[in-house]
Design a protein around this ligand. Structure first.
Ligand SMILES: NC(=O)c1ccc[n+]([C@@H]2O[C@H](COP(=O)([O-])OP(=O)(O)OC[C@H]3O[C@@H](n4cnc5c(N)ncnc54)[C@H](OP(=O)(O)O)[C@@H]3O)[C@@H](O)[C@H]2O)c1
Length: 431
């Protein structure tokens, strides 16, 4: 066969990008892999939808069997989305001995291990670079280029929508609700933004990254998740005054044979490289014991950036297909690490509370923190108003999360405290 035959499952944002990039960069792609890669069939669902005129209508099919069980297809690209159906389609494709590429983070964050094992059993590969951070080549980097490092930490801005919202709140002093409304109108947020703003999308991505970086299994369900919906204008303002920026981070840590996987808003020092990542851009900061600190920056979504990651995988899968070296990407998890509960995680905190504006209040609060082993790095009392209510803002040193939570529960019961209004974790120090 003088060309390699691809079946595309899905022709939405990513599928269209993949098709276009294959046409546009055909010369260099063919030269680099040694054969032309040709899309032979494209599976879609909606019979009435008008398709891009650049895409030949004879390629379109509505029957999954035309791709998944078709002997004239060598490689399947799943860019359809969903969990159950995509799982079924990928299993069918692997069982029919096709190389498979997917961009599906929802699926990979839950079932990567099972699907990779199935690929291995069939002597084939499953690639999923596009499932995390769109165009940023982070999965291949962790799997291959940094594979000899012990990775201690991964910390990333891995959701463009929330980074856009937090950037606008920071730069324009607007509330979360105002910015979200604009973001939906401009197409930067979905009309139902839950998966993004509640941190679920980022949680899927940190599960995938942590699994690879720490050589263990972390699924979406293992990740502690907090979104950005409770971040207020005041929090952003205090962050600024204290030398921080608020970002939604996915964080994975690999310490003493235990792993951490969490997504939550963070006060990050303004001089940390992640603090400069704005708007819809993504970035992933990785710390390895040999390489030290590295950071990867780029577009986390969109037609062509995501297609770029899919095509990179497609070229790897094609080379292995041509050279008959398929099945070489499999990596067995040898030892599973325990995943820490959030209460065991060590981190610093910013907290803000409304208190009675009378003498001795701070001493009472400090005593409760002290009794729980929490030391205070910084404190400010602000915005006294006529109602006799003052506001205390403080930042703790790094301590086990449980100690801070227990302290705050006790502090809320003090008769001098009206309400703890914000609790946000802080990345201590410059890095
Ligand atoms: N968009 C991004 O920037 C991005 C970035 C990274 C990863 N991803 C992932 O890439 C995947 C695709 O995303 P997308 O944004 O391209 O989605 P999309 O624009 O909604 O496109 C989905 C495509 O799949 C087809 N499809 C859906 N259900 C189907 C079914 N039951 N049978 C056959 N075809 C079906 C749709 O067919 P019709 O055309 O007939 O509706 C459409 O062509 C998702 O897993 C997503 O998480 C997306």
């Amino acid at each position: 066969m003088d060309h390699v035959r691809v079946g595309l499952v899905g022709l939405g944002t990513v599928g269209t990008g993949v098709y276009k990039m294959l046409q546009e960069n055909k010369d260099i792609i063919t030269k680099k892999v040694g054969k032309e890669i040709r899309v032979e069939k494209i599976l879609v669902r909606n019979k009435d939808k008008e398709r891009d005129p650049e895409i030949p209508s004879e390629l379109i099919t509505f029957d999954p069997g035309d791709i998944l069980e078709n002997d004239d297809i060598d490689i399947v690209i799943e860019v359809m989305g969903s969990v159950e159906l995509a799982m079924d389609y990928i299993k069918r494709a692997l069982s029919a001995k096709k190389q498979v590429i997917t961009a599906n983070k929802d699926l990979i964050a839950l079932h990567e291990e099972e699907l990779s094992e199935l690929a291995h059993l069939n002597g084939r590969d499953l690639y999923f670079e596009a499932s995390v951070a769109g165009g940023i080549p982070i999965i291949g980097t962790l799997k291959e280029d940094l594979a000899g490092n012990k990775i201690r930490k991964i910390m990333g801005i891995i959701n463009g929508t929330t980074n856009y919202i937090l950037t606008k709140m920071t730069k324009e002093g607007k509330s979360y609700e105002e910015v979200l409304k604009d973001a939906v109108a401009l197409g930067y947020a979905e009309s139902d933004p839950t998966a993004d703003v509640e941190g679920l999308d980022a949680a899927r991505k940190i599960a995938i990254l942590g699994t690879i970086a720490f050589d263990t299994k972390i699924t979406f369900n293992d990740v502690y998740v907090e979104g950005i919906t409770k971040i207020t204008k005041d929090d952003i303002k205090y962050a600024d005054e204290l030398g921080y920026i608020v970002k939604l981070l996915g964080i994975g840590m690999n310490v003493d044979d235990k792993a951490e996987a969490r997504v939550h808003p963070v006060f990050i020092s303004k001089d940390h490289p992640l603090a400069a990542v704005n708007d819809v851009f993504n970035a992933i900061f990785v710390e390895g014991n040999a390489v030290g600190e590295t950071m990867f920056y780029g577009r986390g979504a969109g037609e062509l950036p995501t297609a770029s990651a899919v095509i990179g995988d497609l070229m790897k899968a094609t080379r292995d297909f041509i050279n008959d070296t398929m099945g070489s990407s499999y990596r067995k998890i040898v030892k599973r690490k325990e995943i820490k509960d959030i209460s065991e995680v060590d981190t610093a905190f910013y907290t803000r509370m409304k208190v009675k504006d009378i003498p001795g209040v701070f001493a009472k609060i400090a005593t409760v923190f002290g009794d729980h082993g929490v030391s205070i790095a910084l404190v400010r009392q602000q915005y006294r108003d006529d109602s006799g209510v003052a506001e205390i803002v403080l930042v703790t040193h790094k301590v086990q999360e449980k100690n801070v939570r227990d302290s705050l529960a006790a502090i809320e019961k003090l008769d001098v405290v009206e309400k703890v209004t914000s609790v946000i974790r802080v990345e201590e120090g410059k890095r």
